[in-house]
Design a binder for this molecule. Structure first.
Ligand SMILES: O=C(O)CCC(=O)C(=O)O
Length: 189
């Protein structure tokens, strides 16, 4: 992240057998860090695979802008918004052993499917950090803490920031914000 981050949140997900997942999303949609973005440290507390609903990520999406959300299927997800993706966008299941940590930034499109195992938990401890130059963060993430635990007085980040929509150029999907192409998903530039 370039310099020491600020800490804003920890979460424990229990995700017992039969529980829904969390639809594909970008953490920056919730944390609204400005300037900069957030970083998650997702620590597996149980071994995770596709059966118990491991993490799923869209490779390369860490360079995308924030994408405008659409409604999610709440029979599969406990959250009700998701990121639309062009058909055929690769999704990568992240198999992890208990104790492994997955680090990813606030732009990475990720989520998980339901835990379809008969009796296995898929617990995780998730820490969210934000860029050390951030001046604003979403209203639910205060107070931000320096890494030595001292609190900071950051401003609330306003909602309704710009987001990208999928369009087409020469038959290829591309992201556009306010009519400007911002990324070519094939090159991840
Ligand atoms: O653990 C999961 O299934 C999803 C967690 C997640 O996407 C998040 O914490 O942002």
């Amino acid at each position: 992240m370039g310099r020491e981050p600020y800490a804003v949140q920890t979460m424990v997900y229990f995700k017992p057998a039969g529980a829904r997942g969390q639809a594909l999303h970008q953490d920056q949609y919730y944390l609204r860090v400005n300037p900069g973005t957030c970083m998650a440290a997702w620590l597996a507390l149980d071994d995770c695979d596709e059966q118990n609903g491991c993490m799923q990520v869209v490779p390369g999406s860490h360079t995308w802008p924030l994408i405008c959300t659409v409604g999610a299927d709440t029979t599969q997800s406990f959250t009700d918004v998701t990121v639309p993706l062009p058909e055929g966008t690769p999704l990568h299941a992240v198999m992890m052993r208990a104790g492994d940590v997955l680090f990813f930034n606030g732009q990475l499109v990720h989520g998980s499917f339901p835990n379809t195992s008969a009796d296995r938990f898929r617990r995780a401890l998730i820490g969210h950090y934000i860029a050390g130059e951030a001046a604003q963060v979403g209203r639910w993430y205060h107070p931000a803490l320096r890494m030595d635990g001292r609190p900071l007085d950051l401003a609330d980040s306003p909602g309704g920031t710009k987001c990208g929509i999928w369009a087409e150029q020469n038959g290829e999907p591309m992201l556009s914000v306010d009519g400007f192409v911002v990324v070519d998903p094939d090159t991840h530039d």
